[in-house]
Design a protein around this ligand. Structure first.
Ligand SMILES: Nc1ncnc2c1ncn2[C@@H]1O[C@H](COP(=O)(O)OP(=O)(O)OP(=O)(O)O)[C@@H](O)[C@H]1O
Ligand SMILES: [Mg+2]
Length: 295
């Protein structure tokens, strides 16, 4: 086990509340070729019932980088993203084959605590979804669930998270107002603040700017650059310029038609540095997509 994994798992085990914090109760060793990756998908296939939505994906997500998932609609970007924090657990028909390693720990090991997984690996959705609560209570929600009760402590967490999401200055005088009363771009930053408030390691973003205007989009993109020193970010986007602007690595997915079922299964075509994917990709399908000739 390398130092990083050892530190991660030691931190999990030395927690004062092992029930809540234990990601896993079993001893694990990192496997696979890239022990430094935050995530590693190894031969990952995802089924909805008998339908294979994504087949045989292999990729590694590096720490403090922004990784973009691009590809035509239905190629499995959201499905892949949901595997990284076990959001798929909420869909009854889902079956995952292969593995998703998080610092070498198989996220789908039965001993893994999925609630703790979702605390460490936060998610921001396409449509901003603040709770029908005050701005303050939206951000304090996760920490309260995690057992933080003291007002002074919550105040500090809320302020830090709102500052981290570049929203503090706009809302500090109306923290008791409803989160639903904010603009779309502000609501999305509120959702980012809510994700940050529980001190995650990773933030998964599924088309976080698709409902926003260019100014709000630029703010979120700037914010991603600022926070990537602290977090590892995976973003799904249909906006090719956005992927090129913000990400360090890009994964291009496409669909292949299954002639027997006439359904389309997603596959990872190419994964690498964003500059390579956009300027000299190895696969013709990637080139066609990034130059707008396909999809
Ligand atoms: N809950 C579900 N039950 C059954 N099939 C699903 C479910 N969610 C997604 N699928 C199917 O899995 C495939 C991949 O869907 P997914 O949402 O991951 O694609 P996507 O790349 O995110 O597409 P988009 O760009 O339109 O958001 C599609 O064929 C979709 O119809
Ligand atoms: Mg999607």
């Amino acid at each position: 086990m390398n130092d990083h994994n050892a530190a991660t798992l030691a931190a999990v085990r030395s927690s004062s509340d092992p029930e809540r914090n234990a990601v896993t109760e079993v001893d694990v060793a990192p496997t696979g070729p890239d022990p430094h990756a935050v995530f590693q998908a190894v031969d990952l296939s995802v089924y909805y019932g008998s339908f294979c939505a994504v087949r045989g994906a292999n990729l590694a997500i590096a720490q403090h980088e922004i990784t973009a998932f691009i590809g035509p609609s239905g190629c499995g970007k959201t499905t892949m993203l949901r595997c990284f924090n076990r959001m798929n657990d909420f869909i009854e028909t889902v079956r995952v084959e292969g593995s998703v390693l998080y610092h070498g720990v198989d996220l789908y090991d039965p001993a893994v605590n999925s609630t703790e997984v979702r605390r460490r690996i936060g998610m921001v959705f396409q449509k901003p979804n603040p709770f029908p609560k005050s701005i303050y209570d939206n951000v304090a929600y996760g920490p309260r669930l995690g057992g933080v009760k003291k007002k002074a402590e919550l105040d500090e967490i809320v302020e830090r998270a709102l500052k981290g999401a570049a929203l503090w200055d706009e809302v500090k005088s109306r923290l008791k107002a409803s989160g639903l009363g904010l603009s779309g771009g502000q609501q999305q930053r509120l959702c980012i603040a809510r994700a940050i408030a529980v001190d995650p390691e990773v933030i998964l973003m599924d088309e976080p700017c698709s409902a926003l205007d260019p100014i709000a989009t630029a703010r979120i993109e700037d914010l991603m650059q600022e926070i990537k020193t602290k977090y590892t970010i995976v973003i799904v986007t249909h906006n090719m310029q956005q992927a090129a602007r913000v990400s360090d690595k890009t994964a291009f997915f496409t669909t292949e038609v299954n002639t027997e079922s006439d359904r389309r299964t997603g596959c990872l075509v190419e994964f690498g540095p964003t500059s390579t994917i956009f300027s000299k990709p190895n696969d013709e399908r990637t080139e066609q997509y990034v130059t707008g000739r396909f999809g």
